[in-house]
Every structure is written in structure tokens, then in C-alpha cells.
Design a binder for this molecule. Structure first.
Ligand code: URA
Length: 478
């Protein structure tokens, strides 16, 4: 029996070296035992793999496998080392193995990689920093309990996102520390070593309560997105039971105060057309697939500094689609479009124009938040053409799935994405422009442009123009 003891639970290099040596010596998977140093005392002796003489020719490992293995190794399942070595072993005879997603080993490895990527995503979304009392310069710490061993692979995200802030993320597995210049790691700690409540928590609670929309409450989806295991470390979680309990009442109040609109039933033909439309290879076939795809998108580099991809949301077969520029700071955190300050202007303009937002679909030309850090603030940066072009794949998918009659481009970036060329707003607003996919386009001002107009009169005129264009679009879509 060959015993391999790795230096830590995510010691990919150690696994790789050992696996290579074992494989070259023709050691079968069932003749290897994998262990992690310090985990249990089953094997008191230190163990490595001897470099004996190779029993056969060398071998090449497909890149796809290495990428997958780097993720799988971060899974908590103790079987992972064995599974990966078994896959490596099988490559010799089954060279297209990685393509066979029905193979139980491949399927399990892919599932594990997905779990790891999800755990990393949850860490990005649910880490909440608290100020450490009495430290100068200011420093922050967060307590987090990751589902898998994702601290190392996710720490770069926090460094990019909070470069100017000194912080530690404490977990039971491993802690990471950023001192403004270097990232370091130390052994895991217990919950009582993390700081308790501070004012940041009130900030989070206020923010969360303000973005919570009772009319869109889907308890199951919410629990899937924010599983209960994370609640106890989230300051806002304490609000959730009450927000859920009062959602019905608050929705009824919203409905009572909303302008009444006659129900419109123009979706039958669109539904049939959407079903029959040919899809390009790899394009999502449903909005659910699209949502998952947007979050995992690597078509450009913007994902690296964003919390998550923000897909569109709204009626699945909406007659009217709105396209903004890109998620802002609050959209990036909430994972939903137009929920921040620009969203408020947008909602006011919709209300004034008599357009029920819930009957439309709202999305952005670019799905990840592009920004730069100034101190602790994340300042919006306008996406450049290659980013708009890369993300158009998603916008086109949304257009094909939703099949709106009318698409409204909010601002210049959206106009470039929707019309495929620069379309100046002042010269083109207030009229329908024919698009290639049978839909009609309307271009108008971006709500956040109005937030920046300093002159009150110009602001009011801009808002009136926006309302006029939204009303026109709604009429065209009828
Ligand atoms: N601005 C946009 O263009 N989109 C959003 O979702 C929010 C602000």
C-alpha cells in the first residue's frame, strides 16, 4: 500500500507531484491511501511518495483536467484525492474521458467543482467585516464558515476589492490577513476569536431593509441563494423573519397604491416563437440557465473585481425590455439590476409613465460591475467596447429568450449594445428605431445621468424626456 500524506487539505502541488510519481510507476488507484497531515492520527509516520523507476512512458494531463482538479481539491469530501487519481489513471485508456459527463467519476468531479465554485461565491457575497475596536490605523475582521476549503482561492477577490483596507477573514479552516501590501495566512480559529457587533451591522441592516422588495419575495429561492447556514453570521439575517412575515401586507399596500393597468395578453405568439427559435451552441435555453451562466461568465475580466454577475430580471415573456449600462455598487451586492440610486430614479420615471416594472424585463448591457477603488469607495467606471461586445452574448441570449416587442436602451453604453453602433441619444430619442430581430428600439437618457445634472431645470427637463420615452415605449409594446 502506498501512503501519501499531503501538507494541507488544498495541497494541490503535493497531490500533483505524488500522483505523477505514482502514475509513472504504474501504481493502481486502489493501492494508494491519501491523507492530510494533521487530520486524524491514523498514520503517525510522515509519508510521501518515493520516486521509484517509471514503469512505462511519460504522460500528458489535459489542461481541462488540471483546471477541474484545482477546484475539486478544495472540496471537503475526503474522497477527492482518490477520485482525482482514479481519473488520472483512466486517461491512459480513455482519452476523451473528460468529455463524458455521464461517467460517474467525471460527473462527481464536476459536481464537486461546482460546489466549490458556489462556496467561493457565497464567501464573496456573505463575508461581513466588523471594525476591530481600538486599532489604529483602522482594521477590520470578518468571521466566515465556508462550506468548502475556499479561503485561499477567494482571498484575492477581497484584496482586489478592499485594497486600501486592512483586514482579516477568520474561518475554522484557515485565516487570511491583508496588511495593505501582502496577503498572509494562518491556522483556522474558533468563532469566539472574531469581534462582535459594531456600527457596520446597522449599516447593513438599513441597506438590506431598503432593497428588500416584498412583492418579489420567493422564500424558497431566497433560502437557496442565502442558505440558513450563513444566517447566523449575517447582520441583516435577523431582519429576514420579520420581512417575510410582513411581506404580504406590504405587497397589498403597494398594489393598492399602484396605478391600475388593464391586464394585457399578447404573449401567446411570443411564447411559441421563443420556443421555436434556433439557439447557438452553448447559449442558455432558459432564464435559469442564463442566471447561472452570467455569474460564471469569464468572457472578459470584469468578473474578477465584482461580487457576482447581475443578470436581468422581470417577466419571462415581457413585451418591453429595458437595458441599462452595468450594475452599480448596490446592484453588485444585491445581484439585481437597478436597485440603487439610479434604480430609484428609474422607478419614479416608470411610475410617472404608467409602466408597471413587474410586467417588463430589466437588464444591463454589461453584467459585472466595473469600478475602481478610491479609498474604500468603489467608483463606477464606464465599460469599454471590448467589454460591451463580450457581454453582448448575454444580452442577445436575453433578447432571444424574452422576445420583447420593444427594447429601450438607457444611455449611450446600452444604445451601443442594443443597436450595435454608437447611437447619440439627443438626436435619436423620442422615436422608434427598427432592430434586426423584429423588435423596435427606443433610446433615452440613463437615469443616473439625471442624478449628475447639476442644474435643476435641466434635470427636470431630462426627467420629463425620460418619462415621455418610457411612455412611448410602453405604447409601442402594447
Ligand atoms: N445603472 C445601470 O445601468 N444599471 C443598473 O443596474 C444600475 C445602475
Amino acid at each position: 500500500m502506498n501512503l501519501v500524506r499531503l501538507q494541507g487539505p488544498t495541497d494541490f502541488e503535493g497531490w500533483r507531484r505524488a500522483a505523477r510519481s505514482l502514475r509513472l510507476r504504474g501504481v493502481e488507484p486502489n493501492a494508494v491511501v491519501w491523507a492530510v497531515a494533521g487530520e486524524g492520527d491514523l498514520f503517525a509516520e510522515p509519508a510521501g511518495v518515493e520516486d521509484g523507476p517509471p514503469a512505462g512512458p511519460g504522460f500528458r494531463t489535459p489542461r481541462a483536467f488540471v483546471d477541474l482538479a484545482e477546484e475539486v481539491i478544495c472540496h471537503r469530501d475526503g474522497e477527492r484525492f482518490d477520485l482525482l487519481y482514479r481519473l488520472l489513471w483512466r486517461f491512459e485508456r480513455e482519452q476523451t474521458l473528460m468529455l463524458d459527463i455521464t461517467d460517474p467519476d467525471v460527473a462527481r468531479a464536476r459536481e464537486m467543482a461546482k460546489n466549490v465554485s458556489r462556496a467561493s461565491h457565497k464567501m464573496k457575497a456573505f463575508v461581513r467585516f466588523r471594525r476591530i475596536e481600538g486599532l489604529e490605523p483602522e482594521a477590520f475582521a470578518a468571521w466566515f464558515e465556508p462550506a468548502h476549503f475556499v479561503v485561499e482561492r477567494t482571498s484575492g477577490f477581497f484584496v482586489r476589492r478592499f485594497t486600501g483596507m486592512l483586514f482579516s477573514i477568520l474561518t475554522p479552516d484557515l485565516c487570511c490577513h491583508w496588511d495593505g501590501e501582502a496577503l498572509s495566512f494562518s491556522a483556522g480559529v474558533s468563532r469566539d476569536q472574531a469581534p462582535a457587533d459594531d456600527v457596520l451591522e446597522d449599516y447593513w441592516r438599513t441597506y438590506y431593509a431598503s432593497i428588500f422588495n416584498p412583492a418579489r419575495l420567493k422564500v424558497k429561492a431566497m433560502q437557496a441563494e442565502m442558505p440558513k447556514r450563513y444566517w447566523r453570521n449575517l447582520p441583516e439575517a435577523r431582519l429576514i423573519p420579520d420581512l417575510i412575515a410582513t411581506a404580504g401586507e406590504r405587497t397589498a399596500a403597494m398594489v393598492a397604491s399602484a396605478p391600475t393597468q388593464p391586464a394585457r395578453h399578447a404573449i401567446k405568439a411570443a411564447r411559441a416563437a421563443a420556443r421555436d427559435a434556433p439557439f447557438g451552441e452553448g447559449q442558455p435555453r432558459s432564464l435559469e440557465e442564463l442566471v447561472a451562466g452570467v455569474d460564471g461568465c469569464r468572457r472578459c475580466d470584469l468578473w474578477k473585481d465584482a461580487t457576482q454577475g447581475v443578470p436581468g430580471e422581470g417577466a419571462a415573456l415581457a413585451r418591453l425590455m429595458f437595458v441599462g449600462e452595468q450594475p452599480g455598487d448596490q446592484e453588485d451586492l444585491a445581484g439585481r439590476p437597478f436597485v440603487g440610486p439610479a434604480g430609484q430614479v428609474f422607478n419614479q420615471a416608470l411610475e410617472k409613465a404608467g409602466v408597471p416594472r413587474e410586467e417588463t424585463y430589466v437588464t444591463n448591457a454589461v453584467k459585472h460591475f466595473k469600478h475602481e477603488l478610491r479609498g474604500k469607495r468603489r467608483i463606477h467606471k464606464t465599460p469599454v467596447t471590448p467589454e460591451i461586445v463580450a457581454c453582448r452574448w448575454w444580452l442577445d441570449s436575453e433578447r432571444r429568450l424574452i422576445r420583447p416587442r420593444v427594447i429601450v436602451a438607457l444611455g449611450a453604453t446600452a444604445a451601443q449594445a442594443v443597436f450595435g453602433r454608437a447611437t447619440p441619444i439627443k438626436a435619436n430619442r423620442g422615436r422608434a428605431i427598427q432592430l434586426d430581430d423584429q423588435a423596435q428600439g427606443v433610446v433615452t437618457y440613463h437615469p443616473s445621468f439625471l442624478l449628475r445634472v447639476p442644474d435643476a431645470r435641466a434635470k427636470a427637463e431630462g426627467f420629463a424626456a425620460l418619462v415621455e420615452d418610457l411612455a412611448l415605449a410602453w405604447k409601442l409594446a402594447a
